[in-house]
Write a protein that binds this ligand. Structure first.
Ligand SMILES: Cc1cc2nc3c(=O)[nH]c(=O)nc-3n(C[C@H](O)[C@H](O)[C@H](O)COP(=O)(O)OP(=O)(O)OC[C@H]3O[C@@H](n4cnc5c(N)ncnc54)[C@H](O)[C@@H]3O)c2cc1C
Length: 481
């Protein structure tokens, strides 16, 4: 049985794409948005052409509001006409959520990209949702503060998209996910109501904390327009090591030993299985190979702290040294400067090497750390039983229990893709894993939502959808039908 066939609960009625209704709305939208606020026809569709992440766009209308009031006006019109709306941030999402049919209105936050205020005393930034993650990081840095969220798409993804997907990235082990960095939100609801909840307090237990309704909701409950973000102090030093390990028990011991040895100062613990490490450190990849490729596991360990830089480095080196002496590390290379640190991160981040191999299917799963080696061995065995030549590349944010699993097997047909999904997702069920760790469900994974959520949880999600978007116009078909 395909997983979505197991769903029995009533669903929120999704609005249906309606090209005629959208054609009717064009002049009214133009009036609300003014010059430059509306893109039409080919100008919309060309955004969906080319590029790995550009989603197919068959829509003919794209609204680019310049402020919250304009967006509220757009939503009022779409709500009255019951026209589906698809929300776009930086379009770097990995679950096809930005696809848009003819007969939908695309709303892009790209013109709402200002950093409105950075308050160094309160350690808060008020930013518009279309601002790129990198621009927020830089604005914090400019006043000696730090916005901890970081991921490979930092130059293109928007903080509104980060909030809507509850993005994770490289420093979750220390600072949490995007949810943990948000103090308040301003949101435009499906009917155009503006919900201004831009709290700047760390402690505020006055009733329901509404921001959590919208964080991770993938644009299905409201459109985030502004965010109040919590900033942190910048670390005085940051150290990075690439280490190789003999087995998974040593990986687990090293995770605890380094974090304990540095008093909780670990900021990243990124694992690479050897097939991935070899792929990204041999031609045509251009990364240098700092350690031989014959170990069982590779881990990038980053730590940061305050105080004296030299003392921080010595402490880091001594903790790594203790792990070597204990026999938990085969080898270790500590980055000697910023350039070398970037080179080490480039190894971890060079996921494009996998895209040279076709067909491939990428997965983003969560599971208990202790279960990881048996889970990966099991997936590999199931793949090899059907496709002896199949390849499996694994890396991920091990400290957060999050692995990115990439499979090269079969012909890429829909049936074979589904068989591979079964091989990757089904073993997660008995061990309490999740089919999405940080990328969300979007359109791509909704058939598998019941594999990670109980019927009562999905029923509660549907009730929330009904409460916030009773006409089903916002990002219809995302998360569930
Ligand atoms: C190279 C690369 C590396 C990546 N690394 C990571 C990683 O380490 N961790 C991680 O979590 N993700 C990662 N991603 C995925 C992606 O960058 C994140 O999901 C990001 O948060 C998406 O932001 P965006 O602005 O591009 O959103 P989009 O792709 O535009 O949209 C994503 C979803 O959010 C909705 N949305 C967007 N803006 C709003 C808004 N203002 N209000 C309401 N809904 C909205 C959209 O409708 C859609 O459902 C990576 C992607 C790439 C290409």
């Amino acid at each position: 049985m395909r997983p979505h066939e197991a769903q029995t609960l009533a669903i929120a009625p999704a609005a249906v794409p309606d090209p005629e209704a959208v054609a009717h709305l064009r002049p009214k939208l133009a009036e609300v948005l003014g010059a430059g606020g509306l893109l039409l026809d080919a100008d919309v569709r060309e955004r969906g052409s080319g590029g790995r992440y550009n989603p197919p766009l068959r829509a003919s209308v794209l609204a680019r509001p310049a402020n919250t009031a304009e967006l509220a006006g757009v939503m009022r019109l779409c709500h009255e006409a019951r026209v589906p709306v698809v929300v776009h941030g930086g379009m770097t999402g990995l679950v096809n959520a930005c696809e848009a049919e003819d007969g939908t209105v695309v709303v892009s936050l790209e013109r709402m990209n200002r950093i409105e205020r950075v308050d160094a005393v309160q350690r808060v930034a008020i930013v518009q949702a279309g601002a790129t993650l990198q621009s927020v990081q830089e604005a914090a840095q400019a006043v000696g503060l730090f916005f901890p969220l970081d991921l490979g798409a930092r130059g293109s993804c928007s903080v509104g998209g980060n909030a809507s997907t509850n993005a994770g990235g490289n420093r979750v082990i220390r600072y949490g996910m995007m949810r943990d960095m948000i103090l308040g939100l301003e949101v435009v609801l499906a009917d155009g109501t503006v919900l201004e909840s831009l709290n700047t307090l760390i402690k505020n237990n006055t009733g329901y904390d509404l921001k959590h309704v919208f964080i991770g909701a993938e644009g299905t409950l409201g459109i985030i327009t502004r965010l109040s973000l919590r900033l942190r102090e910048s670390a005085a030093w940051r150290q990075l090591a690439l280490v190789s390990l003999p087995d998974f028990e040593a990986v687990q011991r090293t995770l605890r030993a380094v974090d304990r040895g540095l008093g909780g100062g670990m900021s990243a613990f990124e694992v690479m299985w050897p097939e991935y490490y070899r792929l990204v450190t041999e031609p045509p990849a251009t990364n240098r190979r700092p350690l031989p490729a014959d170990a069982a596991f590779y881990v990038l360990i980053e730590a940061e702290g305050g105080g004296d830089v030299l003392a921080g480095r010595e402490r880091f080196e001594s903790v790594i040294g203790e792990c070597l002496e204990a026999g938990d590390l085969v080898d270790a290379a500590i980055a000697q400067n910023e350039r070398e640190a970037q080179d080490f991160w480039a190894i971890r981040d060079d996921v494009r090497q996998m895209w040279r191999i076709q067909p491939i299917q990428g997965f983003d799963v969560s599971l208990p750390i202790a279960e990881m080696p048996a889970y990966i061995d099991g997936v590999r065995a199931r793949l090899r039983a059907r496709w002896p030549e199949s390849r499996l590349f694994v890396l991920g944010h091990l400290g957060d229990g999050n692995l990115h699993v990439t499979v090269n097997a079969g012909s890429g047909s829909d049936d074979e893709k589904f068989a591979i999904e079964q091989m990757v997702y089904e073993p997660l069920l008995p061990i309490g894993g999740a089919v999405s760790a940080e990328h969300g469900i979007g359109l791509m994974k909704k058939a598998w939502l019941p594999a990670s959520r109980k019927p009562a949880e999905i029923a509660a999600m549907r009730r929330m959808k009904m409460a916030f978007d009773p006409l089903g116009i916002l990002n219809p078909g995302r998360i569930f039908d």
